[in-house]
Design a protein around this ligand. Structure first.
Ligand code: GLN
Length: 460
């Protein structure tokens, strides 16, 4: 059942929340052992909550009444472990609840568990989890993408109708695309990050992964809005105009090297839009090709600062029998996995006063140019379309070269650098019959336009 259906039927009393949640938990127990998408299910509590929702008056159970939701393991839910799929936080219990989770609960949702991810949200394949890789439900030999791979796999396998992910450079859109589901990275500032474990604060956003567009829109409307606990959050501007005749931009310069099935699928999408009366216009994003390197310099720099608190003294793994302060640091920080260490080292290096002018400051300037590219293009068109990823899901263990992995975010990073919203919908297949995604980017707070364009791509 879809999110929309569940909420409607639970509210009308046609089905009970208990029935939905019991079936959901059974499904997770059956499917999860082969997928490793959930790190933990909150069984007892979910059942208790379902009963509470059933006891509420009909029609007043909330917009997400009885809807089972999974949360990525970097989002806090009071009293529950939030490990960021890291040995560093293996036993860390959340002391408070994230704003997004509070908002879901207020509308009658039931949090059924926490999902696996790349450690501290760093990765594109889920192979960086300290608790084993997640399998792609469409082909168990393949990765589900990352870093929100557990969330995407949980939705694609039908274990839950919605899961929250976080996206700093593509971590919602890339796994959603690899698993054939819908995912959105909302406008920077539209969803509160209070209670999200920070990776790179200037880019992190939380968003929903769902099976369809309507569900996605509903859940996003519940979790978005200004929050005084996140000073970067903003209210969405009111009185948005409904556009009738859409113009979509294709960044031909940025997509110059597109080939194979990805190019074919994208061209088919363009043709489909034309048959729907959409005007297609060539645009230019001259600096978008620098988004991936720019992203890695900036986010690693921010991560090196954000992750300094995990030293075993303030937070995280604390080794026993250490000799002195240096020994304590060495042993405690060893709890991080190799990718997290790599990023901390890269970020510390690029922030070092001897190099900051060459790397961090330079990347900040490039980021500004990318932002300007988007602003210029979005004056000419309503939204921009491009593939979500260069390729479909690869095999677990297949890609060992770090740079190739980093390039999985080639098309997703620009939206994070610019702060604009971006959504992926399944469109086409690769040669292995794995799904590909179509990505749509619009101007700040124009998420409704993304949903409208996506619906056209789905033949609606
Ligand atoms: N795959 C990207 C990375 O490795 C994006 C991660 C993210 O968005 N959290 O950094």
């Amino acid at each position: 059942m879809t999110v929309v259906d569940i909420a409607k039927k639970v509210n009308s009393g046609e089905v009970s929340a208990l029935e939905i949640i019991t079936k959901t938990l059974d499904g997770i127990k059956e499917k999860n052992p082969s997928l490793n998408a959930f790190l933990e299910i909150f069984e007892e509590e979910a059942l208790k909550r379902a009963k509470e929702i059933d006891a509420m008056p009909q029609g007043k159970k909330g917009r997400l009444a009885g809807v089972p939701v999974a949360i990525k393991d970097n989002i806090l839910y009071e009293g529950h472990i939030c490990s960021c799929a890291s040995k560093m936080l293996e036993n860390y219990k959340a002391p408070y609840t994230a704003t997004v989770v509070k908002k879901l609960l207020k509308e009658g949702a039931v949090i059924v568990g926490r999902t696996n991810m790349d450690e501290f949200a760093m990765g594109s394949s889920n192979e960086n989890s300290a608790f084993g890789p997640v399998k792609n439900p469409l082909d168990l030999a393949r990765v589900p993408g990352g870093s929100s791979g557990g969330s995407a796999a949980a939705v694609a396998s039908g274990m839950v109708p919605v899961a929250l992910g976080s996206d700093t450079g593509g971590s919602i859109r890339q796994p959603a695309s690899f698993c054939g589901v819908v995912g959105i990275k909302p406008t920077y500032g539209s969803v509160s990050r209070y209670g999200l474990t920070a990776f790179a604060s200037s880019a992190d956003q939380i968003g929903p992964i769902t099976n369809n567009i309507e569900d996605n829109e509903l859940v996003l409307s519940v979790i978005s809005g200004q929050d005084k606990k996140d000073s970067t959050s903003k209210p969405a501007p009111q009185n948005k105009q409904e556009k009738q005749n859409l113009t979509l931009g294709v960044p031909t310069d940025f997509l110059a090297n597109l080939k194979g099935e990805t190019a074919e699928a994208f061209n088919q999408a363009v043709e489909l839009f034309k048959t729907k009366g959409v005007q297609i216009k060539e645009i230019s994003l001259p600096h978008a090709k620098y988004a991936a390197p720019c992203y890695h310099i900036l986010t690693s720099s921010e991560a090196s600062s954000n992750l300094a608190r995990f030293d075993g003294l303030r937070y995280g793994y604390s080794a026993k029998d250490t000799k002195d302060l240096e020994d304590t640091y060495l042993k405690n920080r060893a709890a991080f996995g190799p990718e997290v260490k790599r990023r901390i080292i890269l970020g510390t290096f690029s922030l070092n006063s001897a190099h900051a002018g060459d790397f961090y400051l330079q990347a900040q300037k490039v980021r500004e140019l990318i932002k300007q590219d988007f602003q210029k293009a979005l004056k000419e068109v309503d939204a921009i379309i491009m593939p979500t990823t260069p390729n479909g899901a690869f095999k677990i263990g297949e890609v060992e070269d770090i740079l190739t992995l980093y390039l999985a975010d080639l098309f997703t990073c620009p939206a994070n650098m610019a702060g604009v919203p971006a959504l992926t919908v399944p469109f086409g297949k690769d040669k292995n019959n794995m799904p590909l995604g179509l990505q749509i980017c619009a101007n700040y707070f124009n998420e409704n336009l993304l949903y409208k364009t996506a619906a056209l791509a789905r033949g609606k």
